[in-house]
Design a binder for this molecule. Structure first.
Ligand code: ADP
Ligand code: MG
Length: 232
């Protein structure tokens, strides 16, 4: 079943034509990676899906209904983490989602620990590196209740080791929760490794240049690349 449908989306900023009649869909529970040159409009597209940016034409359909210009229907992690500077890391994770229960707090603390940020739960964003902030932003998405998650280059500021660990976590989480994921990356290896399908955008004004199903079976990829031995 189709979860998200991008229908003929075009967007210009003044004279700058960014997206040109973009069409693609994400199926229920599918992991789709989106690649494209810098400036091709990937983050703009995420802004449109998240309801922060209005397209000039076209529509965004979630579960059969238009969400164009509507916020809050999907989980959106922007390319630059937008943490609130006056809130601790724990409260950035919890309050962004309006999670207030004891269980939510425990789960958030577990995830902060899982992300390698154990002693930072009471720190403030300015005390964290770019890669640490990215991980906090990622935890917020994972904790959100929405069934479609948009991740805009979530691991770009991480070192190789931490990135592999976060990829493993993302795949585990995805397999457990069966949510749909749309993932922007610059790294074709990361795209092939993580996703079911890869969509490549053309340079600006962007439309879909090419798309392909990843030909490897997931359990085999995990055995090869995500085994604990590989991480040690
Ligand atoms: P990508 O994420 O693929 O690198 P972006 O979506 O960030 O690309 O940017 C695509 C184009 O849109 C760029 O030319 C950028 O300058 C322009 N752009 C993005 N956001 C705005 C904005 N708010 N106002 C004007 N131009 C913008
Ligand atoms: Mg971008």
């Amino acid at each position: 079943m189709t979860h998200l449908e991008i229908q003929n989306i075009s967007k210009s900023f003044g004279e700058n034509e960014v997206l040109d009649q973009l069409n693609f869909s994400v199926h229920q529970g599918e992991f789709v990676s989106l690649l494209g040159p810098s400036g091709s409009g990937k983050s703009t597209l995420f802004g449109i899906i998240g309801g922060m940016i209005l397209p000039n034409s076209g529509d965004v359909i979630l579960n059969g209904e238009s969400i164009k210009g509507k916020r809050g229907s999907i989980s959106y992690t922007p390319q630059t983490p937008s943490l609130l500077p006056w809130r601790t890391i724990l409260n950035n994770v919890l309050l962004g989602q309006e999670l207030t229960g004891k269980k939510d707090r425990e789960k958030a603390l577990q995830m902060i620990d899982r992300a390698g940020l154990k002693s930072y739960e009471n720190s403030y964003p300015h005390e964290l590196s770019g890669g640490m902030k990215q991980r906090v932003s990622f935890i917020r998405s994972v904790l959100s209740p929405q069934s479609l998650i948009l991740l805009d280059e979530p691991f770009s500021a991480l070192d190789e080791f931490t990135r592999t660990d976060m990829q493993k976590w993302l795949l585990d989480m995805w397999e457990q929760t069966k949510r749909s994921i749309l993932f922007v990356t610059h790294n074709i290896e990361e795209a092939v490794f993580l996703s079911d399908r890869v969509i490549i955008l053309s340079p600006r004004p962007a439309s879909v240049l090419k798309e392909f199903q990843v030909p490897f079976e997931r359990p085999r990829r995990e055995e090869l690349l995500l085994s604990d031995e590989f991480l040690q």
